[in-house]
Design a protein around this ligand. Structure first.
Ligand SMILES: [Zn+2]
Length: 274
């Protein structure tokens, strides 16, 4: 642990070492987004999304730095004028002297990374990457549940273990299908449906699954699918990175529980209630 309080460049160096920027996908934009390198850091707020609500939370908490999972500025912009959505956030943070750092797909593939935190929430054992890369890194995780359970029960279990959202948890497949081996992937998981099938898992849990890819996957005999809110799938990582930051620096590190899932209203269809 560093004895004296760090400055922004110290935290950036530590995070860059744990989540090297060249582990990120080529399209991704990670690292320091804004903030002066020499600003002292005594409080870091970890968030999934840097949005007005979490920026406000950082200001109110007196944080000096935000560590976010999703990039604030993924695509090129030609203005940060304060009458634009992102410009307002940038101005608010700079005025409050809050630095912003992003670890996105480089934190997804890290070991431990975003999907390890998700797997831990579900008590998965003997985990390994769903899409392996070098040195034990990779996208998603595959692991065994402590005991096999029917898909219907697993959905309730996942809903009880993951951060609560209005959308909750839904699944596709036979609710009596026994699930012993589960693949998980924090965030959008459409692209890895084939990997989950090839891995021979019983079910695959991720976010943002869509009608046609999910339907075709099941029609081809693929593993059952469990669709969770994107925010809920990545929120567990915040605890892990916060714990690690606390072990590195003698400062306050807190985690945002502001639910940034865009789906805020949910109703059961009456005739479908069981
Ligand atoms: Zn995400």
């Amino acid at each position: 642990m560093t004895e004296k309080s760090p400055v922004v460049s110290d935290v950036v160096a530590a995070l860059d070492e744990r989540y090297p920027r060249d582990w990120a996908e080529q399209w991704d934009r990670v690292g320091l987004v804004l903030g002066e390198f020499e600003t002292p850091v005594d409080h870091i707020l970890c968030v999934v999304d840097c949005v007005p609500e979490t920026a406000d939370e950082a200001v109110e908490a007196g944080a000096s730095m935000i560590v976010a999972h999703h990039p604030l500025l993924l695509k090129g912009v030609s203005t940060l004028a304060p009458d634009t959505y992102k410009g307002r956030i940038v101005h608010r943070l700079i005025r409050a002297g809050i630095a912003l750092y992003v670890a996105h797909t480089n934190a997804d593939v890290a070991n431990p990374g975003v999907s390890d935190a998700l797997a831990d929430r579900l008590d998965l054992r003997n985990t390994r990457p769903l899409v392996p890369q070098e040195d034990g890194r990779g996208i998603g995780r595959i692991g065994e549940l402590p005991a096999p359970m029917p898909l219907g029960e697993l959905v309730t279990f996942a809903a009880s273990r993951l951060p609560a959202t209005a959308a909750g948890v839904r699944a596709a497949g036979d609710q009596n299908r026994s699930v012993g081996t589960l693949a998980v992937c924090g965030g959008a998981g459409d692209s890895f449906l084939g990997d989950a099938t090839r891995a021979g898992v019983d079910a695959y849990l991720c976010a943002d699954l869509r009608h046609h890819p999910a339907g075709e996957h099941l029609a081809n005999g693929g593993p059952a699918l469990i669709d969770v809110a994107h925010w809920a799938s990545e929120r567990p990582w915040l605890d892990e990175v916060a714990g690690w930051l606390r072990s590195r620096f003698p400062i306050a590190v807190t985690v945002s529980d502001v639910d940034t899932d865009p789906w805020t209203v949910h109703a059961e269809s009456p005739e479908k209630e069981s």
